[in-house]
Ligand binder design. Structure first.
Ligand code: ZN
Length: 84
C-alpha cells in the first residue's frame, strides 16, 4: 500500500523558493527613454525576496496599457492598474 499524499498547491518563487502570495505591486517599465509606472498591479509576491510575478491575464492588460501610454509621448506616466 502506498500512502497517497495530498498535494498542496503552493506556488514557489523561481528565484529563492519562497512562497508566493497574492497581492498588489507597483511596477516601473522603462520603454526607450520613457518611464511608465503602473500601480496596484495584481501579482503573486514572494514572501521571502519580495519579487513580484504578474499573472498571464494581467500581463496582457499591462501590455495594452503600455501601448496606449506610448502614444502619449510623455516622459513619465503613473497610472493605476484598475483605472487603466
Ligand atoms: Zn523569492
Amino acid at each position: 500500500m502506498t500512502g497517497e499524499q495530498e498535494k498542496v498547491k503552493i506556488k514557489r518563487c523561481p528565484l529563492c523558493g519562497g512562497e508566493l502570495r497574492d497581492g498588489n505591486t507597483t511596477i516601473p517599465f522603462l520603454i526607450g527613454e520613457r518611464v511608465i509606472v503602473i500601480r496596484d498591479v495584481p501579482a503573486e509576491i514572494c514572501s521571502e525576496c519580495s519579487e513580484a510575478y504578474m499573472k498571464s491575464g494581467v500581463v496582457d492588460k499591462v501590455e495594452s496599457v503600455l501601448d496606449k501610454l506610448e502614444e502619449l509621448h510623455s516622459e513619465m506616466s503613473v497610472v493605476h492598474y484598475e483605472a487603466a
